[in-house]
Ligand binder design. Structure first.
Ligand code: COI
Length: 389
């Protein structure tokens, strides 16, 4: 189908048309077309899998256009996308993605972990870019079918899983800055081992205010590529100085927000007494609503061993807590790494050391790791783990 190029003057009209189209044809998993590869690739042994660099034999694609809505989902051999060089995703960052995983349990069932949360967040990211929203359950059903087709690519064993990368892009060839009239959802699969080569080992961070990851009214709460590209320079600078990750601060008072590509949790004794597990709140729109973040909050609240808060914390509070010996532990969390204990933060010329009660992590981080990974691999029955066989 051919599309008339939108004039800049017509941008408002296009916008309205597009808004109407948001309620058009939905994704239909029952119409999925599957073309299997005739030349399967050789799989790597687990010990050679490094994060995100090996891909399975097939991929899922679902095109969208503003007149017809969602087209038939297609699973086909993994390969390069054909994309117009004028596609707005390549010029204006009209692109978003998700990170989710599936696992093989001891009975060889495929299990997904809280896919509804990823779909909710992805729809939010699509909306933020004025890309078409979609039926999350239907997209998960198509992704599940892709996982079934490539089941023999899911690596077995503790720490190993299939990383699923659903992606949304504008394919509309148009150099004006306006609403996309053509888009694509696709998903690829990458068998993975531990995100950090060092595994579940504590990391050191560099905190500073030279770079800001996100701000109120920005896109920090959406999983758009534009949030990630600009973090690479600060990350490389931190690595050159010997730190694994950047601790992102915000505001004149250096509020602690996220760590690398993860949410951050601190556990401490409050100045007036009482244990608190604290993370930055979602209310300002600059924090990614992490699925693992939500698991940590839910489990910690259920366990009830400490107060659990979503509130802003400043570096001045962190420094006082370190100086007064009140820090119990700190960790980052995200889909890729699950949990990542923190041993040190370099800030204002000082190395602030964080305790690691178990050598490489604190007690809370270790307990959360056992519980969350136990649920993910189906060792602990829980509604978060969805069998898709
Ligand atoms: C995650 O762990 O959730 C991430 O977003 C990491 C990914 C960008 C590689």
């Amino acid at each position: 189908m051919m599309f008339a190029r939108t004039s800049l003057r017509g941008a408002r009209a296009t916008h309205i048309q597009h808004a109407r189209a948001l309620s058009m044809a939905t994704i239909d998993p029952s119409a999925i077309e599957i073309t299997r590869t005739s030349s399967p690739k050789t799989k790597l042994p687990n010990e050679e899998l490094s994060f995100g660099s090996t891909f399975s034999d097939h991929m899922l694609e679902i095109d969208w256009d503003h007149e017809n809505g969602w087209h038939k989902p297609k699973i086909s051999p993994y390969g390069a996308l054909q994309i117009d060089p004028a596609a707005t995703s390549l010029h204006y960052g009209l692109q978003c993605f998700e990170g989710m995983k599936c696992y093989l349990d001891d009975e060889d069932n495929i299990r997904m972990f809280r896919p509804d949360m990823n779909m909710k967040r992805m729809n939010n990211s699509m909306k933020r870019l004025f890309l078409p929203e979609f039926d999350g359950d239907a997209f998960v059903e198509c992704i599940a079918e892709l996982c079934r087709v490539d089941k023999d690519w899911i690596p077995k064993g503790e720490g190993y899983s299939m990383y699923i990368r659903p992606t949304g892009i504008a394919t509309h060839p148009f150099l004006g800055v306006g609403a996309a009239q053509q888009a694509k959802l696709y998903a690829i699969l990458s068998p993975v081992g531990p995100y950090y080569p060092e595994g579940f080992a504590a990391v050191s961070l560099l905190a500073g205010d030279e770079y800001v990851r996100a701000w109120p009214g920005g896109t920090g709460d959406s999983k758009v590529g534009g949030n990630y590209g600009p973090t690479i320079l600060p990350q490389m600078e931190a690595a050159k100085k010997g730190y694994s990750q950047v601790l992102w601060l915000f505001g004149e008072d250096h509020q602690v927000t996220e760590v690398g590509t993860m949410n951050l949790f601190l556990m401490w004794e409050k100045p007036g007494g009482g244990k608190e597990l604290v993370t930055a709140p979602l209310s300002r729109g600059d924090i990614l609503p992490g699925v693992t973040r939500d698991c940590v909050l839910d489990l910690a609240r259920k366990w009830g061993d400490c107060e659990v808060s979503e509130r802003n914390v400043t570096m001045a509070e962190v420094v006082s807590a370190v100086d007064e010996g009140r820090i119990i532990e700190a960790f980052g969390c995200g889909t890729a790494a699950v949990l990542s204990p923190i041993k040190l933060v370099h800030y204002n010329g000082r190395d602030l050391e964080f305790p690691l009660a178990n050598g490489q992590s604190g007690d809370m981080c270790q307990r959360l790791w056992n519980e969350i990974t136990g649920i993910q691999y189906g060792k602990i029955e829980h509604p978060w783990s969805i069998k898709i066989d």
